[in-house]
Design a protein around this ligand. Structure first.
Ligand code: 13P
Length: 258
């Protein structure tokens, strides 16, 4: 199965507009020559428009970190799918930080994914078990439940190029921001044994084999190759290391040579 690698940077709640204006031109310069990898950056809402202008013609795509599922209305503080789609192509949905700090559930994640797909956004759908769940041997049941519930009632079709407009990011919570990445082998096994079979049961083998699955959790330039050389891992969702130009460029380089 030929899946184009993709590396996405999740800036989380980092970078003011002024700071983004420093980082993005460095990324554009450093990533210009790297072919064969799709590159996405996901800044906070406030800097999306400035970053979009700086990315023009660079081939780097833009993503948001969240949306609300309603089309419009009296929802103070929220941003609609249409509003996000005016500016971005991608949107991160169901990140563990949103599940943990903002009460997102499988059900709300599912509503957000449906709403994103309806307006043509490509969701980067995050799943992953916590440290406790991992310790208790619950990785299989938790990740399977997250995938099945998050994608329940969704129909997916391949476009003319065989691409499916959905990415899954396997981000074990214990590996996020801890400097303790999962091993490439462990992450690959989770994708092969849990995520792809769950996708196949929802969408059939062909679509499941076309969906790109990223790994996230303490990815940096020095360990990225360990993930990209795995058969089931098609790229990375990068947090901390996406805030430093040389690190992010190094990760994209590692994805290009595999
Ligand atoms: P870190 O790369 O900082 O561990 O964060 C991963 C992540 O949460 C990306 O969404």
């Amino acid at each position: 199965m030929n899946r184009t690698p993709l590396v996405a940077g999740n800036w989380k709640m980092y970078k003011t507009i002024a700071e983004a204006r420093q980082l993005v031109p460095e990324l554009v310069r450093g990533l210009k020559e790297i072919q064969g990898v799709q590159k996405v950056i996901c800044p906070p809402f406030t800097s999306l428009m400035s970053v979009k202008a700086l990315l023009e013609g660079s081939g780097i795509h833009l993503g948001a970190q969240n949306l609300f599922w309603e089309k419009e209305g009296a929802y103070t503080g929220e941003v609609s799918p249409t509003m996000v789609a005016e500016v971005c192509e991608y949107v991160i949905i169901g990140h563990s930080e949103r599940r943990i700090y903002f009460g997102e559930t499988d059900e709300t994640v599912n509503r957000k994914i449906k709403a994103a797909l309806e307006v043509g956004l490509i969701p980067i759908f995050c799943v992953g078990e916590t440290f406790d769940e991992n310790e208790k041997g619950l990785t299989v049941s938790v990740v399977r439940r997250q995938v099945e519930a998050g994608l329940q009632g969704i129909e997916l079709r391949q476009n003319g190029h065989g691409d499916v407009p959905l990415l899954v990011a396997y981000e074990p919570v214990w590996a996020i921001g801890t400097g303790k990445a999962a091993s490439g082998e462990f992450a690959n096994e989770v994708v092969r044994e849990i995520i792809r079979p769950a996708l196949a049961s929802l969408f059939g083998e062909k679509i499941a084999g076309s969906i790109r699955v990223l790994y996230g959790g303490s990815v940096k330039a020095s360990n990225a190759a360990e993930f990209f050389e795995q058969t089931e891992i098609d790229g990375a969702l990068v947090g901390g290391a996406s805030l430093k130009a040389d690190e992010f460029i190094g990760i994209v380089c590692a994805a290009a040579v595999i």
